[in-house]
Design a protein around this ligand. Structure first.
Ligand SMILES: Cc1ncc(COP(=O)(O)O)c(C=O)c1O
Length: 404
């Protein structure tokens, strides 16, 4: 019998992530995976990062090996602020908290804002680890539909109607979302901010993919737009990261937040990890200050564009009758659904036998799930693997239909 530990309620019988359950199939020989949300290791700028690592070796041990400030090294915050400025995001280093990945930024918001029983709103579908974080914090999560046209404002306003518990925040990934690949149009961004001001609704803008644009014109972030709308900047928290544009192993992210929110998140981070590794902060700082990101980012973006185009063409060629999907303008994901109500988890069983994988959409819903939906990541497989992977998907679909 298990010892009777007195776990907190959300951890008494926690459900593991369905995505992690899929990991065991990744080691199947010859597997082509559209499943993970990892960036391609073949595209890491190892030369640039090695140079940054060599450069930091000459730093004093007190800088490199000692604890650092919880807010993050001032030099890194200045470098990150310059990086943001190049995207039109004007954020002073004092408005920024360096986090151990943007995931930690979200966790800081959970710690400072959420109590068991609180409500939070998320897009439907939504990044699964954020939804899981809210559930484990004991929050009630309500969804708002989103697609390529943006969010369903009627549904959002109905959650904000008088008499309902006031939601602690609305979480969204407005640019090249995980999992949908969608980008919120400009008019919707403006409208969302107006609504935030009117309803005193905190908006959490998670933006790890914003720099991975391979077509269309860049759009201003909610954080940027809020600076030109009276009162709006009080209601936007912006989370961002070096994970998808440099390397997730650095574990460097950042939070931009109104002062009262930032102050409390700094306290929460103190409890969580005292500070993000000063060593890795220095590596990131050197990498950015050497101009390596500007030199290398286009390599990543060009490769993802090519992979995305290949996947789109292959899906049109092989699965036009079976699969509906939208084409993203950037990021790492294509979201779609099997036609005719076909169940994505059932087809996946056949796909795994055919040595190809994706993530069924069910992992990305907190309510009103679409069982036919699924997410394909084009970041990891090569162009050749993508073509072969989609042919395997077609065989899996046919095998499922034949078995049905
Ligand atoms: C939407 C979204 N937010 C946050 C993260 C976590 O990123 P980080 O490595 O910066 O913690 C991911 C990673 O996949 C993501 O897709």
């Amino acid at each position: 019998m298990n010892p009777a530990y007195d776990f907190a309620a959300p951890f008494q019988d926690p459900k593991g992530s369905a995505i992690r359950e899929l990991f065991k199939y990744l080691s199947q020989p010859g597997m082509i995976s559209f499943a993970g949300g990892y960036p391609s290791p073949a595209l890491f700028d190892t030369a640039g990062l090695n140079a940054a690592m060599v450069a930091v070796q000459s730093a004093s041990a007190a800088d490199l090996l000692q604890y650092g400030s919880t807010e993050g090294r001032p030099q890194l915050r200045a470098a990150l602020s310059a990086l943001l400025a190049r995207r039109g995001i004007a954020a002073a280093p004092e408005q920024m908290l360096v986090t151990s990945g943007s995931q930690q930024g979200f966790d800081m918001l959970l710690r400072t804002l959420i109590e068991p029983g609180d409500t939070a709103i998320m897009t439907r579908p939504v990044y699964s680890a954020a939804a899981q974080g809210l559930r484990l914090a004991g929050a009630r999560v309500v969804g708002v539909a989103t697609d390529g046209a943006g969010i369903d404002f009627d549904e959002l306003e109905s959650h904000l109607a008088a008499g309902k518990p006031h939601p602690k925040f609305f979480y969204c990934v407005p640019t090249f979302a995980n999992p949908s690949g969608d980008t919120m149009p400009l008019a919707q961004r403006q409208r969302l901010l107006e609504l935030a001001v009117r309803h005193r609704l905190l908006i959490v803008e998670d933006d790890p993919y914003g720099q991975l644009r391979f077509s269309g014109e860049p759009l201003p972030t909610l954080f940027t737009l809020a600076q030109d709308m009276p009162g709006a900047s009080d209601w936007v928290v912006h989370l961002s990261s070096l994970s998808k544009i440099v390397a997730p192993g650095l574990r460097i992210g950042m939070m931009l937040a109104p002062p009262e929110v930032l102050k409390r998140c700094v306290m929460a981070k103190q409890i969580s990890d005292l500070c993000t590794s000063p060593w890795m902060q220095m590596v990131a700082e050197h990498y950015l200050n050497a101009g390596a990101l500007e030199r290398h980012l286009h390599v990543i973006v060009d490769a993802y564009r090519k992979r995305c185009d290949t996947l789109v063409a292959a899906l049109r060629e092989e699965l036009a009758e079976a699969f509906d999907f939208s084409v993203p303008q950037g990021g790492m994901f294509i979201w779609g659904e099997w036609k005719h109500g076909v169940d994505a988890a059932r087809v996946l069983e056949h796909a795994i036998k055919a040595n190809v994988m994706y993530v069924p959409g069910m992992s990305f819903y907190t309510d009103r799930a679409n069982p036919s939906a699924l997410r394909l990541s084009f970041a990891m497989p090569t162009v050749d693997e993508i073509g072969e992977g989609v042919r395997r998907l077609r065989r899996a679909y046919e095998s499922y239909m034949g078995a049905g």
